[in-house]
Design a protein around this ligand. Sequence first.
Ligand SMILES: C[S@@+](CC[C@H](N)C(=O)[O-])C[C@H]1O[C@@H](n2cnc3c(N)ncnc32)[C@H](O)[C@@H]1O
Length: 276
Amino acid sequence: MGQINCYIRTINNINIMGIYNRYMLYRMNYLTDFGGIYRRYKREQGRWDSHLNNTKQFIIDSAKDKNGTIVVLGSGWLLDFPVNQIINQFNRVVLYDIKHPAHVKKLAAKHSNLELVCADITGGMLERCFKLKQSQLKSDLFNIVSYLSSSKFTIDYHADYVVSLNILNQLDILLIDYLKQKGLKSDGQLLKLRKMIQEKHLEFLSGYNHAVITDVEEEWRSEDDEFLGVKPTLYADVSAYKEQKKWPWNFDSSMTYYDDKKVILNVTAFNGFATP
Ligand SMILES: C[S@@+](CC[C@H](N)C(=O)[O-])C[C@H]1O[C@@H](n2cnc3c(N)ncnc32)[C@H](O)[C@@H]1O
């Protein structure tokens, strides 16, 4: 579990480890963003399907011949996860997110091998940022990277396979949006922070056989699909990864993410192996 305070609720005979601080998640925009993912998926009317199918197929292919316990980080609405196949294939399936929607709770009530954990996958950075005072963030002397660098996400059981499910850069984007809103200005510090958050996630994964599916670039298009530019969304070094697949995710064609351009996220999927 992450370092965040948790409690256990029992609903329909399933235990959900829960972040007690819904107020914090709300104030930090995590709950709005969570609902926003589903609303955008509906608004895009099928344009996400190839990305969702590519992600599911990558997981099916890379989890082939594996069994035991699988851990999924960033399960969310399970739009991009082949849940039925995986429930049948693995003895234990553990899903992590800050929240689990009703249909996922119902599924867990039906399958005794499906467990839901509400946790902060950054290992407690959310709570630390929430507790920061605005005056600290505005001070030139305050070093946000070293303040957060002792956070560590761990699990206290054996996992045979871990999937990082379109979450890698969500870990820094949401946190940094909050810090900017609270007053952190230094672009240099923000860049270092993005890199550190992503590297910590990859460091956790490196203890396990794993798959990472993540967008690596945000590409901008005009209304007529003319190329306008691109910016990176991946800051950690992934050169150690070998096998990979790439595809575009038609993330926002209705121009609601930015009001003057469409967004395509360029996604890469990697397989990684446990390092001793
Ligand atoms: C782009 S979504 C992934 C899509 C997701 N698999 C789905 O089908 O809805 C990223 C997910 O990461 C979760 N998330 C972001 N930051 C998190 C954190 N620090 N700890 C746990 N989950 C987090 C969000 O709640 C969201 O569900």
